[in-house]
Design a protein around this ligand. Structure first.
Ligand SMILES: [Zn+2]
Length: 247
């Protein structure tokens, strides 16, 4: 994304939360590979999308205007765990300015404390489904295949705010539904996971689930039965709060 994020307070604490150099290099390599994988999967049209990964007590995030297919270490902003930029002794930020969608990432990581990584994409089928009324309040993606239930569980549709508006984080924080992945109205998808590799894999799964949802739209669709939904999501530990499935 090309425009800069909102002005934010900086974190003037020292760099003590930085991991060992070898661990930091490994985290950068993971993000570079993740960006390439998303491009290869067709999930980053027009260089869109952004990534974040917890690295020690800090958060690495793709910089504003970076292309996911050609990331390097200099393209990653270094933030505090709360998303505020960290500055060096001269008051200069470490790395580039982060994506304007930083609030989205920080809020999703806070919602799922066991998660370490977030992927946000403007992938075509997720965007298309985000422009339609949701299948249900708790999930825009109906229970059509077991794989999305196993990997994602429910995928609610969140409201619309302009990209870069810090209220994007509030949409996640204020949602009454637990989720690992959500659609952002008329915008795209956001997915969190225990690792950046798992977040990429889940983003691919979500794009497929959105595609299948659209392909079956308007047909005599057969959904997975509520008791099966309950059994699958319970077995895989994924969220599903539909009253019918929980009864
Ligand atoms: Zn976006």
């Amino acid at each position: 994304m090309s425009d800069a994020g909102p002005t934010r307070d900086v974190d003037r604490r020292d760099d003590a939360d930085r991991p060992a150099d070898a661990d930091r290099r490994a985290d950068i390599d993971r993000l570079v590979a993740a960006g390439r994988a998303l491009v290869d999967a067709g999930l980053s049209p027009g260089s869109s999308g952004n990534l974040s990964l917890r690295s020690g007590g800090q958060l690495l995030m793709t910089g504003t205007g970076t292309s996911l297919g050609s990331l390097g270490g200099d393209d990653l902003a270094v933030l505090g765990a709360d998303g505020r930029p960290i500055v060096d002794a001269e008051g200069q930020p470490l790395g580039p300015r982060p994506s304007k969608e930083v609030a989205l990432h920080v809020a999703l990581l806070a919602k799922n404390p066991a998660h370490r990584a977030v992927v946000h994409v403007h992938s075509p089928y997720a965007v298309a489904l985000s422009c339609l009324e949701p299948w249900a309040d708790h999930s825009a993606v109906p229970p059509l295949t077991p794989y999305s239930l196993m990997r994602l569980g429910q995928v609610p549709l969140l409201g619309f705010v302009a990209p870069g508006d810090p209220a994007m984080g509030d949409l996640i924080t204020d949602s009454p539904h637990p989720f690992r992945a959500a659609l952002l109205s008329n915008h795209g998808a956001v997915v969190g996971a225990e690792s950046i590799e798992a977040a990429v894999s889940s983003a691919v799964e979500l794009e497929e689930a959105c595609r299948v949802t659209l392909l079956t739209q308007g047909g005599a669709r057969r959904l997975i039965a509520p008791e099966q939904v309950r059994a699958i999501t319970a077995s895989w530990g994924t969220p599903w709060t539909d009253a019918a499935a929980l009864s």
